[in-house]
Ligand binder design. Structure first.
Ligand SMILES: Nc1ncnc2c1ncn2[C@@H]1O[C@H](COP(=O)(O)OP(=O)(O)O)[C@@H](O)[C@H]1O
Ligand SMILES: N[C@@H](CCC(=O)OP(=O)(O)O)C(=O)O
Length: 365
């Protein structure tokens, strides 16, 4: 179990099996696995499907494939059932995050999600994420929870992604169509041939099938996140994972997650401004690996919003010493620079974060 923080994606067929609403049939074993991971000091975030499946019997619908508003109504009532069902199996508190692609695209909302997840995990809470189906239109949707889970793994800086489905892993063709299909245990490179092996789902309550799982794995491994597709309906799978075995399909990460993230921060993110630090703050950032506090900021340049990347400059030498994602806009930063973190609330009327740049969001150059 070589990971510290994992996202576990659980498909509809596991949450609400047999067309009969939510049950503990499969999630009991999944919850036990999560508890064992937590007891081993690991942090877990769940991305759970199943709200539509859980609400299916509670909303009248004529055709086997309901209309979008009918599905949204099912999701609305089913989400409550689904969350209550998860909470039954944990002694620690669970929390609900309903997000859309629109939230992940917006820098301010992105860091709000990131900060919330960070605090929930620090407090031993199990965050349970789903797409906000009732408000999401096509343009704002991720569309499937496999890709959503990969995005959640990125925003939460997880180093492992488990995609739990009703099938043992990726086969060279859909095993429901062809019983001679072979399971592929290790994938080192996600090529067009790998995509060609993936079919869609034949389950009316599911979205995506294997294709979206490969897309998710693709996003994750590029960013240093080890990814597994596993059969969450077989409880022995979790014992195997706990022993370090691979009972499904493993997609190997291209590089370590922290290295990938630092590389992304350093080379891909474009800086939109400059934050100048006094001597004490330069020392704390470079030698103590500290987060940047408002008290250490002496000057701000540029025009940036919260969540954008900035260059961190030594005010004395005028040299760039680091780069990082700023929790505040340039406008707000000008008002709180040089102050104590406890004064942010008085100066701005709110305090989304006591630090200006969190050390996890910073790369020293
Ligand atoms: N190459 C493949 N290997 C494995 N499963 C496949 C493949 N192609 C299509 N599938 C189908 O994908 C299904 C899993 O996707 P889906 O029903 O969307 O699950 P979930 O609800 O867990 O996301 C399997 O039950 C299987 O029928
Ligand atoms: N957000 C939807 C799930 C969408 C989805 O991707 O479903 P699945 O293919 O079962 O993971 C729901 O909660 O019903």
């Amino acid at each position: 179990m070589n990971f510290n923080r994992a996202v576990i994606k659980v498909g509809s067929a596991l949450v609400a099996p047999d067309n009969n609403g939510c049950s503990g049939k499969y999630i009991l074993a999944i919850a036990r696995f999560i508890t064992e991971c937590q007891q081993a000091g690991k942090e877990i975030i769940i991305v759970s499907s199943g709200s539509v499946a859980a609400g299916r019997q509670l909303i009248k619908h004529g055709s086997p494939i309901p209309s979008i508003p009918t599905k949204q109504a099912m999701a609305s009532v089913g989400q409550m059932k689904m969350m209550a069902n998860w909470q039954r199996f944990f002694d620690v508190p669970c929390s609900q995050l309903l997000i859309t692609h629109g939230d992940l695209k917006d820098r301010q909302r992105y860091i709000n999600i990131k900060n919330t997840l960070r605090i929930l995990l620090e407090n031993g809470v199990i965050p349970i994420v789903n797409e906000n189906d009732t408000v999401a239109t096509d343009e704002l949707k991720v569309g499937d929870n496999d890709n959503l889970a990969a995005l959640v793994a990125l925003v939460s800086e997880a180093d492992c992604l488990f995609i739990l489905s009703d099938i043992d892993g990726l086969y060279d063709q859909d095993p429901r169509e062809n019983p001679k299909a072979n399971l592929l245990p290790e994938i080192h490179e996600i090529t067009a041939e790998i995509y060609a092996m993936a079919g869609t789902t034949n389950n009316v309550i599911a979205t995506g099938g294997m294709r979206t799982k490969i897309q998710a794995a693709d996003k994750a491994v590029e960013n240093g996140i080890e990814t597994y597709i596993l059969n969450g309906s077989r409880s022995e799978v979790f014992q195997q994972i706990l022993k370090g075995e691979n009972p499904g399909t493993h997609f190997s990460a291209k590089q370590a997650a922290t290295k990938a993230r630092k590389h992304w921060l350093k080379h891909t993110l474009k800086s939109s401004g400059k934050v100048y630090l006094d001597k004490g703050a330069v020392h704390a950032v470079i030698h103590q690996g500290a987060s940047l506090l408002p008290s250490g900021v002496s000057q701000v340049d540029g025009d940036f919003v919260a969540g954008e990347s900035v260059d961190i400059i030594d005010a004395h030498s005028k040299k760039a010493i680091a780069k990082g994602i700023c929790q505040y806009s340039q406008r707000d930063l000008l008002r709180i620079m040089g102050c104590n973190s406890d004064d942010i609330i008085t100066l701005l009327g709110c305090c989304p974060s006591k630090v200006i740049i969190h050390r996890d969001d910073m790369v020293v150059l």
